[in-house]
Design a protein around this ligand. Structure first.
Ligand SMILES: [Ca+2]
Ligand SMILES: [Ca+2]
Length: 202
């Protein structure tokens, strides 16, 4: 059983279960009075956990799903062609949140953030690891004076941008098992807002 850094039960929320119905004692045992009618992913890293039933006649079936990851890069699309070209700057410190669609559909009420916030590193790279099988999208926090570049332009998945600008999030990525999707591109360009009819420089 892995708890989030804020001691919340991300796996429980991921499955629409009220995290308040789950508790953990000092020994790390997990208790729940909830009856689960579907799979619950007990996101298990190294270590052990105990699944305890409140009733003697209940059985627990536990299966380990190896977690996957989404990884990619944030960059500045200087020539506005939607592709990451040689020499275009990589952008650090862009704030990223990853959400589970829960039901396969993005932008509805059950979407839930599943990891703590991640920032792109000094080389613009980011990696969102520990994702149980499912479908996810990344929602960047748009830095000041920036806009998203074109969505999936140029036909090369390795260097395009996966953010749908109008929605402010990436396309939905499927995570299954240990596989890592490593070509999540977030392309931004410098945007000078027009104020009072005058164009202001960045
Ligand atoms: Ca470019
Ligand atoms: Ca959803």
């Amino acid at each position: 059983m892995r708890l989030g850094p804020d001691a919340t039960f991300h796996w429980a929320r991921l499955h629409g279960i009220d995290a308040g119905s789950v508790s953990v004692d000092n020994a790390g045992n997990v208790y729940s009075t909830e009856r689960f009618d579907r799979y619950v992913d007990l996101e298990s890293g190294p270590g052990t956990f105990s699944a305890l039933s409140p009733e003697d006649d209940r059985m627990a079936f536990v299966k380990y799903f190896p977690p996957g990851a989404l990884a990619g890069v944030v960059w500045s699309d200087l020539n506005l062609n939607g592709a990451r070209d040689l020499g275009e700057p990589l952008l650090a410190d862009v704030k990223l949140r990853v959400y589970s669609t829960v039901d396969g559909n993005a932008d509805d009420d059950d979407d839930v953030q599943v990891l703590p916030i991640v920032y792109s590193d000094a080389s613009g790279a980011f990696r969102l690891a520990g994702l149980t099988p499912g479908s996810y999208f990344v929602r960047p926090e748009l830095p000041a004076a920036r806009q998203y570049t074109q969505y999936r332009a140029g036909g090369d998945a390795a260097c395009d941008s996966d953010v749908i600008g109008d929605l402010g999030r990436t396309a939905v990525f499927s995570v299954a098992g240990l596989a890592e999707t490593s070509d999540v591109g977030i392309g931004l360009f410098a945007y000078a807002p027009v104020l009072g009819g005058k164009r202001h420089a960045e």
